[in-house]
Ligand binder design. Structure first.
Ligand code: KG4
Ligand code: ZN
Length: 321
């Protein structure tokens, strides 16, 4: 089995996945509550918490799989992009484990990991397809021709879609992280109540910062009581604008590139309206949308391993070059 480790942001995660893509264990410990009081992830706090959680999360993954380290034949780990201190905790743990067992180490790009959430059993997707990757840190359109990688055909010029959800949720007083909360509140609102602009930028790129400002203006003029009364309508209209932008661009890119299949991955792929709007697409399973280590182990099946002990000097990276 491949042992996967993921610590790029505020989830400490470990998973055990077989070569054929069967998930034997998938343990995710979210630090969201720890960061909620700050209204966002505090990098240094995240690093320290990863340090505390790494060993217990790993132990729980082995237990869930009914396995020991003897059953592990390679260690896969996210080495970027993400919070550099957080990444280094996972990378150091992975190196130590691999080195102590004389195993190869497979460094995995976090974004490749999200795409590889589609390659797991019981319903693995085969390339080629056009992939919309929408998370808290990225909004990308990817041309996926092989399991081993992708080509970027569109990206956000400012905020990521998940970031737009989180900032919108904060303006509506829904706390952090707000994507799920906004999704839930929007279900009771009228998506046509407000008209929020969806930026039209050239090519297949996205822009969400204007949308956030539009919501700020709409909220600013409301009293506390009015906001409480209009919250669901605001959430529904705001969500509609984000989803519309994502869906329009994904469909346009698929048509232009001649892709017959669209796939959706990343935290925002958990959004109920997006899942409905792209019901004909290959949607990452709900449990694998937000950050997890099963997707990292999955990506490792298609990435080159570094033999023991050549990986000891391997570094993490915060942003893709
Ligand atoms: O992929 P992910 O776990 O982390 C990154 O790699 O960034 O994505 C987290 C993002 C957050 O911005 C969160 O608010 C958003 O995904 N998210 C959602 C939903 N569930 C998570 N956004 C909208 N609707 C949801 N149901
Ligand atoms: Zn992610």
């Amino acid at each position: 089995m491949i042992l996967g480790i993921e610590t790029s942001c505020d989830e400490t995660a470990a998973a055990l996945v077989t070569r054929s893509g069967e998930v034997r264990a998938n343990v995710v410990s979210s630090q969201a509550e720890l960061h909620a009081r700050y209204g966002g992830v505090v990098p240094e706090v995240a690093s320290r918490r990863h340090l505390e959680l790494a060993a217990p999360v790993l132990g729980e993954a082995l237990e869930q799989a009914g396995a020991t380290l003897d059953d592990v034949d390679s260690v896969a780990v996210t080495h970027g992009p993400g919070l550099i201190g957080a990444l280094l905790v996972g990378l150091s743990a992975a190196k130590a484990l691999a080195w102590s067992r004389r195993l190869p180490l497979v460094p995995v790009d976090h974004l490749h990991g999200h795409v590889a959430s589609l390659y797991l059993q019981p319903d693995p997707l085969e390339p080629p397809f056009l992939c919309l990757l929408a998370s808290g840190g990225h909004t990308l359109l990817l041309d996926v021709e092989t399991h081993a990688g992708y080509e970027v055909v569109g990206t956000t010029l400012d905020d990521a879609a998940g970031e737009a959800f989180d900032k919108g949720a904060r303006l509506l007083g829904l706390g952090y992280p707000g994507g799920v909360a906004l999704d839930r509140v929007a279900a009771d609102g009228d998506p046509e109540a407000y008209v929020f602009p969806v930026a039209r930028v050239p090519g297949f790129d996205f822009s969400f910062s204007g949308l956030k400002t539009a919501l700020l203006y709409a909220v600013r003029d409301l009293s506390t009581d009015e906001l409480a009364r209009r919250r669901a309508d605001l959430a529904a209209s705001y969500q509609r604008a984000i989803v519309r932008a994502l869906v329009e661009r994904a469909r346009a890119a698929a048509a232009e590139l001649g892709s017959s299949r669209i796939a959706v991955v990343g935290g925002v792929a958990a959004n109920s309206e997006l899942r409905q709007a792209l019901a004909d697409a290959a949607l990452a399973p709900l449990a694998l949308c937000t950050d997890n280590a099963a997707m990292i182990a999955s990506a490792a099946r298609y990435a080159p391993p570094i033999p023991y002990p050549e990986y000891l000097g391997l570094d993490a990276y915060a942003t893709a070059a």
